[in-house]
Design a protein around this ligand. Structure first.
Ligand SMILES: *[C@@H]1O[C@H](CO)[C@@H](O)[C@H](O)[C@H]1NC(C)=O
Ligand SMILES: *[C@@H]1O[C@H](CO)[C@@H](O)[C@H](O)[C@H]1NC(C)=O
Ligand SMILES: *[C@@H]1O[C@H](CO)[C@@H](O)[C@H](O)[C@H]1NC(C)=O
Length: 460
């Protein structure tokens, strides 16, 4: 089917300028009325471009919505439009209206991504040919099914579109689809993707699970997002009524958009993501390196790296905007005279820095054992500045914790090594007494910056 389309495009240009098949509408929004379709650009009608005050020297963002139950724009559309104009006041923000096809039965709407992609491709190709408007200035942003629309459009244009951002591209019907009918790295010079709701088996996941761009970021593991769990959902329904229920079902899916909006609005607080082989390795703090493009900015200011296909990037976020957190790898060697292994132990860490502090960060270690170094990830919601003091407390187990009845377990700790992801600084913290003893259920143990040449971590 696709080769057919290519042939038609290639053989006669007349056919290409047949706009009769276009059903999608292209609305150039304005900063003053980000929520209204006040001016439509009609492919083939040159006057509509000037009537809508299209700025030929500026860049253009094309926002493409996804499947909608309600047949109307969702509330994120004006928010994204507004944020784009706030960051790039002279840009052209165009919203693609394919609502009539996107509010059908899901499989039907999913199939229509092909036609809508063709519409978008014809539209930008026409802008380029008619006005010499370079596709170098075009950035498509597609959410859910809209991400695949953007991908299909990008695969059909005469010249390559500069950038496509896929915001939690839809999974059902696309997870196992060929690259030509979904978003893929070939669809633009740079393709960046946020995966925020990939819970469940691959054929059930709302968001596509596999990497489909040059940079694929999985915030909070990409499975679901903080603030979107059932308890919080019920609380919000209690407060906001049932009309928000629909919103909550999509909470994690839509978080991809709000993370992108965050990157537009909080320029001074760029959110970092880190390349990692697995979510599990990331949660151990093993992937906070920025060497060789291993870290990148999430969202608008993503660096254009062409990492090896299929690499995933991870980060943690807050549950609300601004979403940025500060990541740390903590490494501790537990000394003891006797060999012991303890499973599922709870600790609390407190970080005190030059700017702020973050106390009692709960951390659960699946296993700790004698004379082994343990590594784990900690994150703070505030920027504490340079870390000065680390405190660790080992929480009391439950009454049923039989293993602890024969005496309180205890480990000696000499040093705590900390690597900060955001600053890439590695520091070593020492016990004031050379050795400190961490007792289960006991008080917090304090570590301060080591003196002299021990203060900076040179290994690893
Ligand atoms: C068009 O955008 C450029 C920046 O790209 C800006 O300098 C110019 O003022 C804009 N023109 C209008 C009419 O807004
Ligand atoms: C752990 O290492 C320390 C120091 O190297 C040593 O004194 C101790 O005996 C070791 N513990 C065990 C159980 O082997
Ligand atoms: C502790 O275990 C290690 C490795 O399993 C062993 O080499 C060592 O001898 C043990 N130490 C004691 C004191 O049992």
């Amino acid at each position: 089917m696709f080769s057919c389309f290519f042939l038609t495009l290639g053989s006669t240009t007349d056919k290409k300028w047949d706009f009769s098949s276009i059903e999608s509408k292209f609305s150039l929004r304005t900063p003053g009325k980000p929520d209204e379709d006040t001016c439509l650009i009609v492919p083939g009608q040159e006057t509509s471009v000037s009537q809508c005050s299209f700025n030929h020297t500026s860049k253009t963002f094309v926002v493409i919505h996804g499947w909608t139950v309600i047949g109307m724009y969702e509330s994120w559309v004006p928010k994204l439009v507004k944020a784009l104009y706030q960051r790039e006041p002279h840009s052209n923000v165009i919203v693609v209206d394919w609502l009539s096809r996107s509010s059908l039965h899901y499989p039907d709407s999913a199939a229509y991504t092909k036609e809508v992609g063709e519409d978008v491709a014809k539209f930008v190709d026409w802008l380029e040919e008619q006005f010499s408007y370079s596709l170098n200035k075009v950035h498509l942003l597609g959410y859910s099914l809209g991400a695949h629309v953007a991908g299909i459009a990008g695969s059909l244009t005469t010249n390559k579109i500069n950038r496509i951002t896929g915001l939690d591209p839809a999974g059902p019907n696309f997870e196992y689809a060929e690259a030509s009918v979904r978003l893929s790295p070939d669809d633009a010079v740079f393709v960046d993707v946020l995966h925020t709701f990939t819970r469940g088996s691959p054929d059930r996941s709302i968001g596509i699970q596999k990497p489909v761009g040059h940079v694929d970021i999985y915030p909070n593991g990409g499975i679901f997002q903080p603030g979107c769990n059932v308890a919080q959902a019920l609380l919000l329904i209690a407060e906001g009524g049932l009309q928000d229920a629909d919103q909550l079902l999509k909470c994690s899916h839509e978080r991809s958009i709000h993370l992108f909006i965050d990157s537009l609005l909080y320029e001074e607080k760029p959110i970092m993501a880190y390349r990692c082989n697995s979510k599990e390795a990331f949660d151990k703090g093993l992937c906070l390196s920025c060497r060789k493009n291993r870290c990148n900015n999430l969202g608008y200011k993503a660096n254009r790296v062409r990492s090896k296909r299929g690499t995933k990037m991870y980060l943690k976020t807050r549950s609300q905007m601004p979403y940025k957190v500060y990541h740390y790898q903590v490494k501790i060697h537990f000394f003891a005279k006797v060999n012991t292994t303890k499973k599922d132990q709870q600790f609390r860490l407190s970080f005190y820095g030059t700017k702020d502090e973050s106390e009692n960060i709960a951390i659960s270690l699946p296993e700790i054992s004698t004379n082994k170094t343990h590594s784990f990830l900690i994150y703070t919601e505030v920027d504490i500045g340079d870390l000065l003091i680390v405190k660790i407390q080992w929480e009391k187990g439950s009454f049923l914790d039989w293993a602890d009845w024969w005496g309180t377990p205890e480990f000696g700790i000499q040093k705590v090594r900390v690597k900060a992801g955001e600053t890439q600084k590695k520091l070593v913290f020492c016990s004031r007494d050379g050795f400190s003893y961490l007792k289960k259920g006991g008080g917090a143990v304090e570590f301060v910056r080591c003196l002299g040449k021990n203060s900076v971590d040179h290994d690893s």
